[in-house]
Design a protein around this ligand. Sequence first.
Ligand code: SAM
Length: 350
Amino acid sequence: MAGRRFEVEVGPVAHGGHCVARVEDRVVFVRHALPGERVVLEITEGTEGDKFWRGDAVEVLAPSPDRVAAPCPYAGPGLCGGCDFQHVGVPAQRALKADVVREQLRRLARLDVTVEAVPGDQDGLRWRTRQRYVPLPDGGRGMRKHRSHDVIPVEECLLEAPGGPSYEVRGRSFEVADGGFWQVHPGAPEALVGAVLDALDPKPGESALDLYAGVGLFSRFLSEAVGPTGRVLAVEGDAAASALAERNCPGITAVPGDVGSVLAAGLPGAWGHADLVVLDPPRVGAKRAVVEQVVARGPRAVAYVACDPSALARDVAIFAEHGYRLASLRAFDLFPMTHHVECVAKFERS
Ligand SMILES: C[S@@+](CC[C@H](N)C(=O)[O-])C[C@H]1O[C@@H](n2cnc3c(N)ncnc32)[C@H](O)[C@@H]1O
């Protein structure tokens, strides 16, 4: 079907940032469109037998008031695949992301979600402290097209931040290995640390587990908050990051290894109970085995940092089965111009 064109009304935004339209009773996920628009859709993927197709809005017949001219000359159908929302004003991008979070968590009635800008973000550009260009044979550089290995030459990506990342947060510095995980948006660590501490409200003397801890971003501030009478244990799968977490966070215990296996094997010391837990898993979420290990420790509060709202929604249901309700939810725009949205959820016993 690739290449066929249809005139369609564009429906709501779906998980993944594409809008939903219908062609001959079939769902099509449309890029470069906005809800409510009338567009010419060109199919990019899908065969007669497929349940859904993918396509690009190649001509806009009736534009949304939220449509803007893309700041980047490489954004648009068939061009750079890096950004999904260059054609959307930044406030409207955040509203679309809030719609996606609400939709993913729709079983929780009347969920109020806004997507917050992070400190320092003005216009959604120049925030990417790490950028991966594809080197070209002529010495130039490029970016991949959407869902493709094809590369288009690019002189400069407007998301790239001048200067490298800062590893300083709230006056504390962190050591990070080359290529090791660190938030890409310079305002992200500040926003996430604030949201996690607000959710947990750690008290002196409490015990806290930091799971998927990286180099100890949350452990550091938890450890300061629980003080010398409290304790923090950080679990991280990347052994180099785990070693750095112990250096970055004086007084904590860092355990390298897979979170599920480490929790199932039993933690060193008396960790049958933990007062507080931070979960910051990769896109797939924490999943049942880890959530069950967490609730088995009876924490009074869990802060869950989620980069995929649909994985979060699955884990919300597992927490609920075990008597933990979603007590609050904040969402942050850590990746402007893309469909990605980061949530910080707080769970507590119902
Ligand atoms: C989203 S990052 C968060 C890191 C840290 N909390 C921060 O904000 O800087 C997720 C981390 O989980 C680690 N990770 C991924 N899968 C893991 C697993 N199964 N067990 C332990 N760590 C894992 C990654 O190495 C990465 O450091």
